[in-house]
Design a protein around this ligand. Structure first.
Ligand code: DOR
Ligand code: ZN
Length: 341
């Protein structure tokens, strides 16, 4: 039975929601990870300091004494220098959503003209505040991310000092662009390393695997796996764990989001640790993907925490509940090959 130890694992793209849902889901992330980048797309997005600080306090309360650092983000809008200077020490990044592209993104950006974005992005660049981007157009669903590559290239070349993180990349195209520009980085989810559109809709429809961006083709998944497992310094883990109540997934008009927080680390272990001969390299690359790359990219000092994983079957719960909510995780009721001990 093999054990793998991960130091300070980080989840650099995490939806914790609010209120009773936050209380239900936060302990799963706090158990597995040393810290996480907390997304700002609450039903009223986080757009000022007062909202940010009170949300951070609610997150800290919900992790219930666990050693877990919530790295806070702000929802991208036009912000002025005074505002950004005042909030810069309280945030790790600002998250940009195209308007209407996904959950709670109505107030996002509808005009990607560089002139329109310049005032805010030039100040962010000056203050060294990273920009995280949900990179999808409103085109044909399988092409949305690829169609956004032009915008990434324009952002990267017009703001060469701005660190830009391409969130939850899903395509072979994105794996190439991220390596083309010094100031582009990317997060990759566990589910996009494991599934294709066939798993979502190729047989019976699986609403618990439906998310934005939608999982793509086999060759896209292969390109993502190759990049993530290579130890490349430009990519890091971001689960995009995005819980929705089970009744909002198992219905007509299914909400987008895959809830992976309780099993993400275990799934990554299974993916990275493949064969006996290269075990040291595989472990090192897993450590880079799960922590050191993010530490370098964002300049973080995460709380000390080591997580031990064992190659031992783990039966994923069918669902998780509190008095208000029931949520269904990815692979609910199935058995996976690694456990946290
Ligand atoms: O599937 C998704 N769910 N993609 C996103 O970009 C947002 C997320 C959510 O907040 O539910
Ligand atoms: Zn997300």
């Amino acid at each position: 039975m093999r054990d793998i130890i991960i130091n300070q694992p980080l989840d650099m793209h995490l939806h914790l929601r609010d209120n009773d849902m936050l209380k239900l889901v936060a302990p799963f992330s706090a158990k597995s990870f040393s810290g996480g980048l907390i997304m700002p797309n609450l039903s009223t997005p986080i757009t000022n300091k007062q909202m940010l600080m009170s949300y951070k306090n609610r997150v800290l309360e919900a992790i219930d004494g666990n050693n877990f650092e919530p790295y806070m983000t702000l929802f991208y809008q036009n912000y002025d220098t005074k505002f950004l200077k005042d909030i810069q020490n309280d945030i790790t990044a600002i998250k940009l959503y195209p308007a209407g592209i996904t959950t709670n993104s109505k107030q996002g950006v509808s005009n990607f003209d560089i002139k329109e974005l310049e005032p805010t992005l030039s100040v962010m660049s000056e203050l060294d505040i990273p920009l995280c981007v949900h990179g999808e157009t409103d085109g044909f669903v399988m092409d949305r991310e690829s169609q956004f590559m032009d915008i990434y290239e324009q952002l990267a070349t017009n703001f060469p000092k701005l660190n830009i993180i391409m969130e939850h990349i899903t395509t072979k195209d994105a794996t190439k662009i991220v390596q083309k520009y010094d100031n582009l980085y990317a997060t990759i989810t566990a589910h996009h390393l494991l599934i294709t559109l066939d798993d979502v809709a190729g047989g019976f429809l699986d609403p618990h695997l439906f998310c934005k961006p939608i999982a793509k083709r086999y060759e896209d998944k292969e390109a993502l796996v190759k990049l993530a497992t290579s130890g490349n310094k430009k990519v890091m883990f971001g689960s995009d764990s995005a819980p929705h109540p089970t009744h909002k997934k198992e219905c007509c008009g299914c909400a987008a989001g895959v809830f992976t927080a309780p099993i993400a680390l275990q799934l990554l272990c299974e993916l990275f640790i493949k064969d006996e001969q290269n075990i040291n390299l595989q472990e090192q690359n897993l450590q880079k993907f799960l922590s050191s790359n993010a530490v370098d990219i964002y300049g973080l000092t995460p709380p000390n925490k080591t997580i031990t994983l064992r190659e031992k079957n783990y039966k994923v719960a069918v669902d998780y509940k509190n008095t208000t909510h029931t949520i269904t995780p990815m692979y609910g009721g199935k058995t996976i090959k690694w456990s946290i001990i």
